[in-house]
Design a protein around this ligand. Sequence first.
Ligand code: PHE
Length: 545
Amino acid sequence: MEQTKKRNGFASGFGFILAAAGSAIGLGNLWSFPYKTSANGGAAFVITYILSVLVIGIVVMVAEIYIGKRAQANPITAYKKTHKNLGWLGLFAILIPFFIICYYSVLGGYTVKFALNSFSGNAGNVYSFVGNVGDVILFTAIFVVLAVIVVMAGVKNGIEKASKVLMPALFFILIAIAIYALCLGEGVSEGLNFYLNPNFAELGFEGILAAMSQAFFSLSLGMGIMVSYGSYAGKEIKVGKSVSMIALFDTLVALIAGLAIFPAVYHYQAVNPGSNLATGGVLLMFETMPLVFESMGALGQIVSLFFFAMVVIAALTSVISLMEVVTQFIIQKYKVNRKKAILIVAIITFAISIPIGISLGKVLNGDNSMLICGENWLDFLDKVTNVVLMPLGALGACIAIGWFTFKPNKKSDIFNPMSLHRQLEKDGLKLGWFGKIFAVMVKYVTPLLILVVEVVGVIDFIAPVVNGVRTFSLNGLGIVLTAYGLCAVAITIYFVLYKKHNTGCNADELELDKSTASEKEEVIENVIEEQAVEVATERTEEIKE
Ligand code: PHE
C-alpha cells in the first residue's frame, strides 16, 4: 500500500493488465486480423498466428515489460539501464509511436464519425465522408481530444480507470454482437467457412510472415508501449502472469471479431444475391459493415452504434498508450508537467494527421495526386513502422535482455542461456517453469525468427514478386530507406543529445507533481491569508464605525 501511494503508476495488477490489453486490443484485432485471416488460409493462418504469439509475442512482451519495470523510467532511460550504448533503442521506441499516433488518429476519427452517424445512415457515405476534409479534421480532432483527456489525468487516474470501464464494455459488446451475428441464419455457415476454412496452400510463406507481423502489431510490441507501461508496474505485479493474460485477451478478441463480422457479411450476401461486398481493407469496416447494418432495419441502427462504439473504444485505448509513451518521455526529460506534455504531443501529431487524412480520402476517391512512394500517406507510414521498424524494435528488446543487461561471471557463460536464466531470477524476473524456456527463447530463438521477418519483409519491399518474378521496386526501396533513415536519426540524436545526459525517470514526474502541488498549496495559503486580512480590516472598520 505504502508503495502504491508513493509510486505514480498502476494501482493494481488487474488495472495494469487491462491497460496493457487496452493498448493491444485495437483496430488490429477488430479489423485487420479478421480480413488477414480470411485472405491467408483461414484456420491455417489462425494456427500460425497463435504460434507466433507464443514463440515471439510472449517472449518480446516479457522482455519489454521487464525492461521498463526494472528501470521505473521512460524507454530511453530504461534501455540505458540495460546498456549505456543501447539507449537509442528507447528513442526508437518513442519515435515509432509518435508516427503511429498520426495515422491512427485519422482512423480513430472515422470510427467516431460512424458511431455518431449510426442513426442517420452511414451506408454508402464512406466516399463523401473521407473526401470531406473539414469533416475528417473535425472527427480526428474529437478522437484526439478524447484521448488527451484520459492521458492528461495520469496513469492511475486516467489510463487505468478508463481501461477498467472501457475494456469490459468492449468485451461484452463484442460477445453480444458475435452471438447476434451467429444467429442470423442464412449465410452464417458460408461466412464461417470464408473466415476459418483451413487452407495451408493459401497460407504459404507470405501468410506466415503476415501472421508474425500481425502478432507484433496486435500486441503493441517493438516499441516503447510495453516498456513504458511496465515502468508504471510496481513490485507486486507479476510479469509472466500479466503477459499471459494480455496475450490471451488480445487473441480472443481478434478471433471473436471475425465471428462477429463475416457471418453478418455473408448473411447480407445471401439475402441480397448478386451483391459483392468488400471483405478487406478500409472498405470492410466503413463500407461493408454500414451496408450490413442498414439491411437489418431499426435494430441494425442499434447494432451499428454498439459496433462502432466498440471500435472507438478499441482505437482509443490503443492511441492512449501511444500518446503515453511520448508524453512520459517529455515529462521526465524536459521536466514539464503532464498537461503541457500531452498538449505538445497532441498538437504536433494532430497537425501531421491532417495531410494523412487528406491523402487517404483522395486515394479512396480514386485521386492519386498525394502519394509517397506510391502509397497514400497512411499506408506509407503504416508500412514504414509495421513492416520495417517494429520487428527491429522487438529484436532490440530481445538482444538487450538476452545479451547486454547482465555480465556473466565466467567468459564461457556468455553463450549459456542457463546462466542468463539464473541472472534474470536474481534480478527479480521470476517466471516459474517458463523461466528456462524464456532464457533460451530470448537469447536465441526469438531474435532469429524476428530477423527472418525483418529480412524477408525488406526484400519483399525492394524486390516484390510481380507475376511470379522478383522485380525491383523504387517505391519499396523508398519505404525501406525512410525506415532505416529514421533509425539513423534516432541513433545520432541519442549519442549526441542523450547518452551523457540524464534522461529522467518516473520519480521525476512524482517530484514534479509534488512541486506543482506545493506551489498550488502556497497559492491557496496566500489567498486565504489575503482574505483573512481583508475580513480583519473590514471588521476593524465596522468596529470603528
Ligand atoms: N495493438 C494495436 C492494435 O491492434 C495497435 C497498436 C500498435 C497500438 C502499436 C499501440 C502500439 O490495433
